[in-house]
Design a protein around this ligand. Structure first.
Ligand code: ADP
Ligand code: MG
Length: 267
């Protein structure tokens, strides 16, 4: 299969990392070679795939050595649950430096030293929050991402952020594979997110229920697929993973008008 190159976007705290890691685990379980690259300075995308272990970030390793030359793959890429290859870009020096620059260095380094980045069936980027700046765009402008997914709940702010992300994707002429609703139990949540996806003309790929299982597993340092494989929510992640694999109807999204968006989230 040609490599699937995807990025997960959405407002900070909306569930990008938990969804990315659980979908990565589900893809691994289905026999796919997966590489998950965490681009958020929080560097917590892969923690539940590695038994709760925080891996050294690429920025930390580069800073320790003084430059990217001489960094080995085994210092920055770690194998987790079901063979998922995990890397974390890490953050810039707080207050100075730029997250986007760090992501560029990390991608170039991975391309140089890590065969996994080429061999993966699915290359997945967990991208920083809702800031539509350089860090947002790098995996796209570096031609590492061919399709994107946006996570939102039915609350106004995450939908607003999702719409803003669509504006960025439109500027970058990058297709959106669909919307994922990570539920916060807001009123009429599925309808609101469904209407949002419909207005954008993209599929609503999954509604992930708010479930204490997600956080219990996170506390154990495991994905839901590993710690609660027979739960209903594990199946939700499996179904989402299957859809991501087969998703073909990508289109470059056209962001909605602000007033229209507000009406849509009010009903
Ligand atoms: P982001 O990466 O977008 O900043 P996270 O994936 O870190 O967000 O999620 C933030 C918090 O919400 C985490 O503690 C996570 O376990 C929790 N969470 C995410 N999705 C769910 C869910 N469906 N049910 C319950 N808790 C969830
Ligand atoms: Mg995150």
């Amino acid at each position: 299969m040609t490599q699937k190159q995807i990025a997960i976007y959405g407002k900070g705290g909306i569930g990008k990392s938990s969804t990315a890691s659980n979908v990565a685990a589900a893809l691994g379980e289905a026999g796919k070679k997966v590489m998950l690259i965490g681009c958020d300075p929080k560097s917590d995308s892969s923690i539940t795939l590695l038994g709760g272990r925080r891996i050294p970030t690429i920025m930390d390793v580069v800073r320790r050595l003084g430059n990217p030359d001489g960094v080995r793959e085994d210092e920055i890429v770690f194998e987790g649950f079901r063979g998922v290859k995990c890397a974390e870009v890490g953050g810039p020096e707080p207050g100075v430096g730029c997250a986007g620059r760090g992501i560029i260095i990390a991608i170039q380094l991975l391309q140089k030293v890590s065969p996994s980045i080429r061999e993966a069936d699915v290359l997945m980027f967990d991208v920083p929050g809702d800031i539509v700046c350089g860090g947002f765009a790098v995996p796209i402008t570096k031609k590492m991402v061919r399709e994107t997914y946006i996570i939102t709940s039915g609350e106004y702010m995450p939908v607003y952020a999702a719409n803003n992300i669509c504006r960025g994707l439109n500027t970058l002429k990058t297709p959106l594979g669909g919307i994922i609703c990570n539920e916060r139990e807001a009123a009429n949540e599925r309808e609101i997110v469904g209407r949002f996806a419909e207005a954008l003309g993209v599929p609503l790929l999954a509604c992930i229920p708010r479930s204490p299982i997600v956080q219990q597993c996170e506390r154990e340092g495991k994905s839901v697929l590993e710690a609660a494989p027979s739960s209903d929510i594990a199946d939700v992640y499996r179904q989402l993973a299957a859809k991501v694999l087969t998703e073909k109807d990508n289109k470059v999204p056209e962001a909605l008008d602000d007033g229209y968006l507000r009406d849509l989230t009010r009903q």
